[in-house]
Design a protein around this ligand. Structure first.
Ligand code: ADP
Length: 238
């Protein structure tokens, strides 16, 4: 009975995700349809070009939305035992180029070495989303990206696990932003943002019976954001 309940909860989550994603994809697709119609009925080459360029922008948006949600999900068939360090390093290697081209320094402090049982592809996606956001927040002035891991205990369940921290010295978040952070499609990045990163991340962490928390630090002239991901050691038991 408990298993059936979990299955139906999962389906409910999937249903909610699917319907908001479908909604969000539908708008740019409708725009593309209209733009193609206009292009087809125009004789002015420069106007046609303009319509096609606008359509391209809309299609790129659709691409960003689907890759954001599906990128790592494909490989997440079996739970694996991985350490926080393995996760952090494999995600960092994806961002090597972007970090090399920026004024961002990396500070690592790895204190948890026990492996976590988890859908490692999904957890990589979570850390990837957090690092990507941190780099976005430091894109104009550079700064420091902090990656930490330590053994921790869930104060509610007493369960032991690992907390991975991704922190930055970027723009930080206003109280208004913090309140909406985990809402689907909430973004302050006008063109490049999908507003799906943190929402998907929270769903993934919740399904691992973990916790994802955000703080903004703006005291004493120090700006930035702190994201903590707690994962129990046996995150995946089913
Ligand atoms: P996206 O990155 O596509 O906007 P997210 O769900 O990943 O979507 O993030 C939602 C919003 O949360 C961002 O647009 C930004 O305003 C805010 N945010 C997330 N991480 C950070 C961070 N490290 N520093 C400042 N703001 C952040």
């Amino acid at each position: 009975a408990e298993l059936a309940l979990i299955q139906s909860e999962k389906l409910a989550v999937l249903g909610r995700m699917a319907s908001s994603i479908a909604h969000e994809i539908n708008n740019p697709l409708e725009a593309v349809t209209n733009l193609l119609y206009l292009a087809r009925h125009s004789n002015d080459v420069s106007v046609v070009k303009e319509y096609l360029e606008l359509a391209e922008v809309q299609l790129r948006r659709v691409g960003a939305i689907t890759s954001q949600t599906l990128r790592f999900h494909k490989q997440a068939t079996n739970p694996q035992a991985v350490t926080a360090e393995q996760i952090i390093e494999s995600v960092l290697s994806i961002y090597q180029g972007r970090i090399a081209n920026s004024a961002v320094l990396i500070s690592r402090r790895i204190r948890a070495h026990e492996p976590i049982q988890c859908f490692d592809g999904e957890i990589r996606q979570v850390i990837s989303n957090l690092i990507s956001n941190a780099l976005d927040a430091m894109s104009t002035h550079g700064g420091c990206l902090y990656l930490r891991s330590r053994v921790a205990t869930n104060w509610r369940t007493g369960e032991r696990g690992v907390t991975i921290t991704v922190a930055d010295t970027g723009t930080g978040m206003s109280a208004e932003t913090r309140a909406k952070l985990f809402n689907p499609f909430f973004t302050t990045k006008s063109i490049t943002g999908t507003g799906l990163g943190l929402w998907v991340s929270k769903e993934i962490v919740d399904r691992h019976r973990g916790a994802l928390r955000a703080r903004s630090s703006q005291s004493g002239g120090y700006h930035g954001a702190v994201f903590n991901v707690f994962l129990p050691f046996d995150a995946v038991v089913r």
